[in-house]
Write a protein that binds this ligand. Structure first.
Ligand code: HMG
Ligand code: MG
Length: 286
């Protein structure tokens, strides 16, 4: 492993953190949050989602958010996109990376993106072609990598096969996601062991929601497998409107403190991060 102690945190607060909030957050407040996060030194921020405004009204200002977001050297602003329409708009607005999303559960794919897993991956092909033309990376999320709110426990071999298909169509990184935050460390271990048979550890990121308070233990399991990219949200906000029971992502500050106490290098300014987290909580009234 090249740099065993260096961990990258992908801040997904402006997207996953806010998408589930019922009260609309003002665009200027989202921009302020992204600016505070940029000040804290993140290298990757998922700024917004170019999804249907009918499906997720909170992300309807995606164009404005992406166009007006703070830009910094060394910071990559990414956008979640479900299809070609989203990819074209995101890149036009200045997205520097894209993230496509499917699921290891057919029922969740249908509820969240209104198609089968296969149809979703077919939709990603033009997304990846467009990204390649622009020289920008594409991450592929696999939701319900451990449990599905509708189907229950998910067989790790399904997570592996969906991940393999995402890599085959051109995703450079796979983010396995515990969408409803119910994963236990033993099941995360089993899922990762299976996925790692097909995908190298340095192409995998972990996205843990923290419903059961086990996210940090699950991070430790992933670290043990060599994984060094983790998603989190400022203030522990987050959830998916189409995943009943999904609570917030693991909070970025907690994740940073946990990793640092185990000797990992994160490269963030914790004081500025605390300011960003406070702002995030304040804006959503927590
Ligand atoms: P659909 O209704 O099947 O699509 O939705 P459609 O092709 O029939 O289009 C319907 C309307 O949406 C049309 O507009 C399209 O133009 C428009 P109309 O003619 O009715 O005015 N449309 C779009 N508008 C803006 N941007 C687009 C776009 N595409 C179509 N990209 C669709 C299919 C995928 C669009 C819809 O289901 C959707 O947007 N779903 C997104 C759901 C979502 O964002 N969920 C939360 C994010 S995923 C998540 O949180 C999990 C994650 O965090 C990991 C984890 O924790 O598991 C990533
Ligand atoms: Mg999520």
């Amino acid at each position: 492993m090249a740099d065993d102690k260096k961990v990258t945190i992908v801040e997904v607060g402006p997207r996953d953190g806010l998408q589930n909030e019922k009260a609309l957050i003002a665009t200027d407040d989202k921009l302020k949050l992204i600016s505070l996060l940029a000040d804290a030194g993140f290298t990757r921020i998922e700024a917004t989602a170019f999804v249907s405004p009918k499906w997720v009204p909170q992300m309807a200002d995606h164009d404005d958010v992406m166009r007006r977001s703070t830009r910094r050297n060394g910071l990559v602003l990414s956008a979640l996109v479900p299809n070609e329409k989203g990819a074209l708009s995101a890149i036009k607005a200045g997205a520097q990376a894209l993230a496509v999303f499917t699921s290891a559960s057919e029922t969740f794919a249908e509820k969240n993106i209104n198609c089968t897993i296969k149809e979703s991956i077919d939709r990603f092909k033009p997304v990846i072609a467009i990204a390649e033309q622009h020289g920008i990376p594409v991450r592929g999320y696999v939701s319900c990598a451990v449990d599905c709110p509708f189907e229950g426990a998910i067989d790790p071999s399904l997570v592996r096969s969906v991940s393999e298909r995402l890599i085959a169509v051109g995703c450079g990184e796979i983010a396995v996601a515990d969408t409803i935050g119910s994963a236990t460390p033993d099941r995360v271990d089993a899922m990762l062991a299976e996925v790692l048979q097909a995908i190298p550890f340095d192409s995998i990121a972990c996205h843990f929601h923290d419903t059961s308070g086990l996210a940090l233990t699950n991070v430790d399991i992933a670290l043990g497998h060599g994984i060094r990219v983790f998603d989190s949200a400022a203030g522990g906000l987050g959830g998916c409107p189409y995943a009943p029971g999904a609570a917030g992502n693991v909070a970025t500050g907690r994740l940073v403190r946990h990793l640092k106490s185990s000797g990992y290098e994160i490269g963030l300014n914790e004081e500025r991060l605390a300011t960003a987290e406070e702002y995030a909580r304040l804006r959503v009234g927590r």
